[in-house]
Design a protein around this ligand. Structure first.
Ligand SMILES: [Zn+2]
Length: 190
């Protein structure tokens, strides 16, 4: 069986239209820009959910994207959690939450706030995928599975960008701690 190395471009997380290294109050995106970005993120979510649900051949061959990893990805992207994920010890430890479902962008009071909600959701997911395989005992996911899920959470071009706020920094400031990443406090990243 042929194994593809990467996912189709439209399933990568959309790149922010501007720097997200400062807070809402300091440097928010213009509402129109935030609303467009929000709709891109929502399109991404729907596309990934559909690809997972339909068993899209474009992602079927990806290494380590096991049935367990696909199921976990589907839950992470879900906008509602019923009882299912409570079984994961990691849900509370990583402050994981369902994908923040707000009103359609046109009706959102504050699209920037909605964008930040999604970025905080994403930061918690990244934090979980970075850590959860590296635990004592039997991890709920293996490292390869975490990397396969994480491929959907990153933009096509990740080089030089912070893993949490997706903003470009030079090498000395790239580490979230070194630029006081606005997403880290929420995600509880190390
Ligand atoms: Zn950052």
């Amino acid at each position: 069986m042929q194994r593809s190395r990467s996912i189709p471009d439209h399933l990568y997380f959309p790149l922010p239209p501007a720097r997200l290294d400062r807070t809402l109050a300091e440097a928010p995106l213009l509402p129109g820009v935030a609303a467009v970005y929000l709709s891109e993120i929502r399109r991404w979510r729907v596309a990934v959910v559909a690809a997972v649900a339909s068993g899209d051949p474009a992602i079927a061959g990806i290494e380590n994207l096991t049935p367990r990893a696909l199921a976990r990805l589907a839950v992470l992207l879900d906008t509602r959690w019923d009882a299912r994920p409570r079984a994961w010890p990691a849900v509370s430890a990583y402050e994981l939450s369902p994908f923040p479902a707000t009103h359609p962008p046109s009706q959102a009071d504050d699209p920037m706030k909605a964008v930040l909600e999604v970025m905080h959701w994403r930061a918690a997911v990244i934090n979980y995928l970075t850590d959860v395989w590296d635990v004592l005992g039997k991890p709920e996911l293996e490292m390869g599975e975490c990397m396969a899920i994480g491929a959907f959470m990153r933009p096509v071009r990740m080089e030089g960008r912070c893993v949490y706020c997706l903003t470009e920094f030079n090498r000395e400031r790239l580490d979230p701690e070194d630029h006081g990443c606005v997403m880290v406090r929420h995600a509880g990243a190390r």
